[in-house]
Design a binder for this molecule. Structure first.
Ligand code: PEP
Length: 252
């Protein structure tokens, strides 16, 4: 089963308006359009500016989060229809920073994932264990719980179209990367879980990205693993040169 590689840049709460535009312009100018999908996730307030640059290019963009309700009295939140209105294609949900800093539960994330599909967005569901959970041998249990709750309200067709990002918490923003073997092991476990829950065809269509200190020097090795279908990149996506090098590794 061949899956199109997806290289995504999560800009988090970084950049300013001008540097966001400049970064989007450099990616639009230099990223190869064929063989690899590319997406960026700007801060909400810069999405309009990024849209101006990327609108008629093959580079997609999306939200770093959203709430599950369509509209209403939810001060500070952003809805699926608002992201669609801005031309977004994807939305990152359940990022470990949302789970661990902002206390989002797997059940809340599951509601958001279902709402994303309902509004026409492709969710990027993040799962991953902390270093303590890994040391305790609980990695499988943690990622299976997060995945199970994340897909709880989805049809099997939606599951096939979603993106999962395996992001070990201990590797995010730390410079420490899972080895290709460690990452592949969890990716294969996730795919086996999907096979058991749905079937091999659906499991074979789901794109599973790896995230956690991906950089130009380790991207090719990670992306060469059979069950790693792309990368969700934080720090190294803030500079055009390093992000483009990771995209190039995804194309290879
Ligand atoms: C992320 O933001 O999802 C991430 C993996 O960050 P970094 O690449 O900086 O570790």
């Amino acid at each position: 089963m061949s899956r199109r590689t997806l290289i995504a840049g999560n800009w988090k709460m970084n950049l300013d308006r001008m540097s966001a535009i400049a970064l989007a312009e450099a990616i639009a100018r230099e990223a190869p359009a064929e063989d690899v999908d590319v997406a960026v996730f700007p801060p909400f307030v810069y999405m309009e500016a990024v849209r101006g640059v990327l609108e008629r290019t093959p580079i997609a963009y999306g939200g770093q989060n959203m709430y599950f309700a369509s509209s209403g009295a939810y001060t500070g939140e952003i809805s699926g229809p608002m992201l669609i209105d801005m031309g977004a294609r994807y939305v990152i949900l359940g990022h470990s920073e949302r789970r661990h800093i902002f206390g989002e539960s797997s059940q809340l994330v599951g509601k958001k994932v279902a709402a994303a599909f309902e509004h026409g967005l492709v969710p990027v569901l993040c799962v991953g264990e902390t270093i303590e959970q890994r040391r305790d041998g609980a990695t499988q249990q943690v990622v299976f719980e997060q995945l199970g709750a994340g897909v709880a309200e989805l049809s099997s067709d939606q599951v096939a179209r979603m993106v999962i990002a395996y992001e070990p918490v201990w590797a995010i923003g730390t410079g420490e990367t899972a080895t290709p073997e460690q990452a592949q092991e969890v990716h294969a476990d996730l795919r086996t879980w999907l096979t058991d829950r749905y079937n091999a065809d659906i499991a074979g269509r789901v794109r599973i990205q790896y995230g956690g200190s991906v950089k130009p020097s380790n991207a090719a090795e990670l992306l060469a693993q059979p069950d790693i279908d792309g990368a969700l990149v934080g720090g190294a996506s803030l500079e055009a040169e390093s992000f483009l090098a990771i995209i190039a590794a995804g194309k290879a």
